[in-house]
Design a protein around this ligand. Structure first.
Ligand code: MTE
Length: 299
């Protein structure tokens, strides 16, 4: 990788909560409209972080139920210590790594990213994490590896969604190797400087900010380097609606709804929808990965 991506904001730059809440009310049109001339203007798709409360109370984590409030209610049952990740497949140093050993010597960075769910809601989340490339380099990726497969823990006794078989568990995801090695791709261990909450995928989860949220698999226990494209949970559940790439793309609609706009969580009941950005706003950084691909076919 020729460059190391640096964030334009760190958590120390985050606007105090009261200020950005007020700013959001202004953008949502609930205070001071006429006076400051914002009437009728669409809300920008900017990087105002959501509150920790919002980030930890509106979730998708089907192992703990399909409702948005279910993970916050049920994920305290997830056992996150001790935790290890098995790294296998086409690597020089396969094995089961204790999480602390895997993170040892790596720098935990602040990354404030847009997070866009395929269901057309979004947040801005101030993650703390390491670049996935640093972890993969520790394991030593072999030259014939082309993809990276990920797997979430299964603790049937603690996971009501697993007991009810709402999806085919374990939840699995995958990236092409160049996507996995991209400096924007991180393994998150925290949010707002706190250990990541169970409902957000403790103790470590993937974050790929230019892809729909379901690619960002939670509570990872296995990473496998492969030559062939690995199966992914939502593609297995409904291949017509969910492809392997799942790049955020406002010009390619979901079969059942538009992807042109999104609802920013926390914006308030009357907040205008905001425009969805190509590659979720990371086009400059990642568009070159897909040169020569037809993104209306490779969904
Ligand atoms: N990972 C696992 N293991 N199980 C899941 O159900 N849901 C995905 C993704 N990762 C999911 C998962 C979906 S659909 C989204 S939008 C994001 O997690 C939600 O992340 P958040 O709850 O931290 O916002």
């Amino acid at each position: 990788m020729a460059y190391r991506w640096t964030n334009d904001l760190t958590s120390t730059d985050i606007t105090p909560k009261s200020v950005y809440l007020n700013r959001r009310q202004i953008l949502a049109g609930t205070v001071g409209l006429g006076a400051i001339g914002l009437a009728g203007k669409a809300q920008a798709n900017d990087l105002d972080p959501n509150t920790l409360e919002e980030i930890t109370s509106y979730n998708n984590f089907y192992e703990f139920g399909t409702g948005k409030e279910d993970p916050a209610r049920n994920a305290h049952q997830l056992v996150t210590s001790p935790w290890s990740i098995t790294i296998d497949g086409l690597v020089d140093n396969p094995g089961e790594y204790a999480l602390a050993d895997l993170l040892d010597g790596l720098s935990i960075e602040d990354r404030i990213y847009r997070f866009r769910c395929v269901e057309a809601w979004s947040m801005v989340i101030p993650w703390n994490g390491v670049e996935l490339a640093d972890i993969l380099n520790k394991a030593g990726v072999q030259s014939n590896a082309k993809y990276v497969a990920f797997e979430t823990v299964v603790q049937p006794e603690n996971m009501i969604g697993v007991q009810r078989r709402v999806l085919d568990f374990p939840y699995v995801e995958g990236l092409r190797l160049d996507e996995a090695m991209h400096p924007l791709t991180i393994m998150a261990t925290g949010i707002y400087g706190e250990p990541i909450a169970n409902q957000n995928g403790a103790p470590i989860r993937l974050v790929v900010p230019w892809k729909y949220g379901f690619k960002s698999i939670k509570s990872i226990v296995r990473i496998t380097l492969t030559e062939d494209e690995p199966p992914t949970s939502w593609n297995k559940a409904n291949a017509r609606e969910y492809g392997f790439y799942s790049n955020v793309n406002p010009t390619v609609d979901h079969p059942r709804w538009s992807q042109a706009t999104e609802r920013r969580i926390g914006g308030g009941l009357f907040a205008p929808r905001i425009d969805t950005l190509m590659f979720n706003g990371y086009e400059d950084e990642v568009a070159s990965l897909y040169e020569g691909q037809d993104l209306s076919v490779d969904i």
